[in-house]
Write a protein that binds this ligand. Structure first.
Ligand code: 1CP
Length: 344
């Protein structure tokens, strides 16, 4: 633990306990908007950072020290646990993950191995242990959800419409279920390993599942997510489920054994509460607003905080990730404002 007293406001908010001010962290808070990150990336590739505990811990700590946020998120990618199961992935600058051997058949699903994270990802456990010694805020571990992981595996890279992914889901339900089962095992084993290593909360990223309608989500995806969150619940560690464009799924999500629902800007927190959702809520500033004039940004954030703070169980965040054009100064000022405004 660091020299300062441990700041547990984030964990308290996850558990719907009273907090002295609203905790805040930003999705993708380590990345190319930071000059220091860009410098480190000149020396190391993405996966080289990920696999070097000293450097990976440094990159994870950077936004905590620079912005004053109330939680750290392990620097890694949703693709990190896929390499050990036999997925050949390249991180292409400006694009994202590209898969050299996409999934097209049951044989492709069957050739994916199971995961033994202690053996294949020792650097993740080492980074987490190092961070727990260095940080005075909680460390969030994370993994991708099966639908979002499968979208890369099936499309072969980033996509806008997920036609191939959903086509596979509708046309080959048996293969789809086999893939969901395999990826659910990877997600659970990888997250349990992060928790054993010291992660104090875990977030499951289902960034692209909003592309699926509610009935289809219920049929093809919800059973897998129930399995994942049920397995994680045994640990007692808070769990967060994130998606974008998922307002139509929130009623179903509310029935999952997960603690915190992360929402984007397409629905307000008041609307979420009006659905009868009592779980903790995380969100929901449109990241594009980071480019707005300060007064406009401040008014928007004030409105979000007024809604979020009506009951315990609220964590400020963006509705999706920080992007390279965002500025460190704006995020610093925003963090300070959120803390000051909610202290009164
Ligand atoms: O060259 C670089 O520096 C690579 C850019 C980059 C970074 C910094 C990628 C490629 N991934 C990451 C790190 C990362 N990825 C983190 C770090 C921790 C932090 O938040 O500070 C996290 C949590 C992720 C998770 C991730 N990767 C998600 C889920 C969150 C989201 O934004 O929706 C997704 C979908 C990915 C895939 C991915 N990896 C990288 C990119 C550019 C993408 C998105 C590609 C696409 O649009 O489909």
């Amino acid at each position: 633990m660091g020299q300062n007293a441990f700041n547990d406001t984030f964990l308290k908010a996850c558990r719907k306990e009273a907090v002295p001010y609203t905790p805040v962290w930003y999705m993708r808070q380590a990345g190319r908007y930071q000059p220091e990150y860009r410098e480190i990336r000149k020396k190391y590739s993405f996966f080289e950072i990920n696999e070097n505990p000293e450097v990976c811990a440094e990159v994870t700590r950077l936004p905590v020290e620079q912005l004053g946020v109330d939680a750290a998120i392990l620097f890694a990618d949703i693709m990190t646990p896929l390499q050990p199961i036999g997925v050949e992935v390249d991180m292409v600058s400006g694009k994202g993950p590209m898969i050299r051997n996409p999934i097209r058949s049951l044989a492709d699903v069957e050739r994916l191995h199971s995961i033994h994270p202690e053996q294949s990802l020792p650097f993740i456990g080492e980074t987490i242990q190092l961070l727990r010694e260095q940080l005075s805020v909680p460390l969030i571990g994370f993994a991708g959800a099966p639908f979002t992981l499968s979208s890369y595996l099936i499309e072969g890279g980033p996509s806008k419409d997920y036609h191939k992914t959903k086509g596979f889901m509708y046309a080959r339900p048996k293969e789809w279920q086999a893939l969901m089962d395999k990826l659910a095992d990877v997600t659970v084993e990888y997250l349990l390993y992060q928790i054993r290593s010291g992660a104090q909360a875990v977030q499951v990223f289902d960034s692209w599942v909003g592309s699926v309608g509610a009935e289809d989500y219920e049929q093809y995806i919800a059973p897998t997510m129930t399995k994942i969150f049920t397995a994680l619940k045994q640990t007692g560690i808070p769990t967060i489920y994130f998606g974008s464009g998922t307002a139509h799924l929130l009623n179903i999500w509310n029935g999952l054994p997960v603690d915190v629902l992360s929402i984007d800007w397409r629905i307000s927190i008041d609307e979420v509460r009006a659905l009868g959702i009592e779980k903790s809520v995380q969100g929901n500033l449109d990241p594009s607003m980071l480019l707005a004039p300060w007064e406009l940004l401040k008014n928007k954030v004030t409105a979000i905080l007024d809604q979020g703070c009506k009951q315990p169980g609220y964590i400020f965040n963006l509705g999706h990730g920080v992007f390279p054009e965002a500025s460190v100064e704006t995020l610093q000022r925003l963090t300070q404002f959120i803390h000051d405004y909610t202290k009164k």
